[in-house]
Design a protein around this ligand. Structure first.
Ligand code: PLP
Ligand code: COI
Length: 334
């Protein structure tokens, strides 16, 4: 497909979604139905108190035409953890996996060839109609799996990104960073639009208190030949499956992989000669060309996407699309 014919990320859905309802204290049997509006009571818990979480992962079409989903179990586990932390009914792992497989099955013809993929989007919402339930969990919920044929997340494709280093505003409440909930994205939107307007950046790297954390929709890695540095896991940011995959691959390639907190001055020192990149299902591994702070601009390495970033991205995509052997059991044929 020509670049100009590729829809923007997430704007097109396939025809079929899977739906399951939680009521009477248990998950009911799920079913497939055409994608379309869902009935929603205006007092539904999610519409007032934000009881929502979601996931995002991809199925790939290999050169042989076989469709495989990447690390679905990790994403389902993260969704269950998000649900627990938001006191929403926890999806049943086997049922959610079946819903995803059935949506992929129904959407098989719409799975693009690489570098496209089918993006899977499970979402969970609290539906109890009660506008007084600010401090009461929703006793009923809907679990829906959507699918969308996607290409590049960042407009401009393989261009090095311009990133604003935000050391004043936070992305979300510190204990919720680890939860994939809509409210976190709503909270990051204002600071992101402001930085875009003021500094013409693509994304914001949140560095609360001067400690580097993550961007609005991806984790952040520093790279150089044989070395990788990223923030160690804590509750303040999302534990990316792509991050975990890249760290595993880098360790296997003999990289020195460091997971620890680091601050803005250390990052700016690193990028004088090293590389920086965003990692995520949507972002894959996207190279950063410029870091912009309130005090000035810092070119990352040569300003182009670095060689280590390119190599790791290629190696990851090769596994996802079945071009390289899947030695770790990350792919499930669907
Ligand atoms: N951080 C945030 C805030 C995200 O939205 C995402 C995307 O899902 C990630 C990190 C990367 O996570 P993953 O690699 O599991 O897609
Ligand atoms: C993902 O990488 O899956 C994301 O969640 C990014 C998204 C918010 C579009």
């Amino acid at each position: 497909m020509k670049d100009s014919a590729k829809p923007a990320f997430g704007t097109v859905l396939t025809d079929t979604m899977a739906v399951a309802e939680f009521r009477d204290g248990r998950w009911q049997a799920h079913h497939l139905q055409p994608v379309g509006p869902i009935p929603m009571h205006p007092a539904a818990h999610v519409l007032h108190y934000g009881s929502e979480c979601f996931e995002g992962f991809k199925a790939y079409r290999g050169k042989d035409g076989v469709v495989s989903v990447f690390r679905m179990d990790k994403h389902i586990e993260r969704m269950r953890q998000s649900a627990r932390q938001l006191v929403l009914p926890e999806p049943d792992a086997a049922q959610l996996a079946a819903m995803v497989r059935e949506v992929i099955g129904a959407s098989r013809a719409q799975v693009p060839e690489s570098p496209g993929a089918l993006y899977l989007r499970p979402m969970l919402i609290g539906t109890t109609p009660n506008i007084g339930a600010a401090a009461t969990p929703s006793g009923t919920a809907l679990l829906i799996v959507l699918a969308s044929p996607v290409w590049d997340y960042f407009a401009g494709g393989a261009k090095p990104l311009r990133i604003f280093v935000e050391d004043e505003k936070t992305r979300t409440a510190s204990h919720l960073g680890v939860v994939k909930t809509g409210g976190n994205y709503a909270a990051a939107l204002g600071p992101t639009l402001e930085a875009r307007g003021q500094y013409s950046v693509d994304q914001v790297l949140f560095c609360p208190g001067g400690t580097v954390q993550e961007t609005g929709a991806a984790n952040f890695l520093l790279l150089r030949e044989g070395q990788l540095l990223t923030r160690s896991l804590d509750n303040s940011f999302l534990h990316g499956v792509t991050r975990d995959s890249l760290l595993t691959m880098a360790r296997d390639l003999g990289f020195r992989v460091e997971e620890r907190p680091f601050d803005v001055p250390e990052m700016l020192e690193w990028v004088k000669s090293g590389e920086a990149a965003l990692s995520g299902t949507a972002a894959v591994l996207a190279g950063v060309g410029t870091l912009v702070t309130r005090r000035g601009e810092h070119r990352v390495g040569s300003g182009e996407i670095g060689p280590v970033t390119q190599r790791l991205r290629k190696a990851l995509v090769a596994i996802q699309t079945g071009e390289a052997p899947d030695t770790r059991g990350w792919l499930e044929r669907v």
